[in-house]
Design a protein around this ligand. Sequence first.
Ligand code: ZN
Ligand code: ZN
Length: 146
Amino acid sequence: MGISNFPMITSLRTTLKEHGLKDTQPRRFVLQALEKLKKPASPYDIQKWVDAKGGSINAVTVYRIIETFMRIGLVHRHPCDGHFSLCSMPHKKGHHGFLHCTSCGKTQEFHDEQLCKAEERVARTLKFRSSTHVSEILGTCAACAA
Ligand SMILES: [Zn+2]
Ligand SMILES: [Zn+2]
């Protein structure tokens, strides 16, 4: 198991290329917004961020780009509020999930291959074919609990 805070994207161009995506301005905007906002963002937050930078992007484009990024595991959706964040450990195999502090709103990503296997087992037992898993643990972070 491992935990991580928000990632630093060293090069947007490299990230896009690694995933076989064309390097386009709207994709850069969305990646940059998710990186700079430092917290899970709604598509509207992303749009606002781009506007504030003097750019322009419409909501449909934001959604479409987020869907592409989710498909390749670059972005995750947080089930509790529907917000999105960059995967902070895109090279880690296994299940990715989030700890979500309901007191301060801080989120932290974790990955756990055992959890992934356990969930696959549940799905298989119930003859369910899984395509993706999303885990979220709601509660209080160490700082808030202290
Ligand atoms: Zn992840
Ligand atoms: Zn907290």
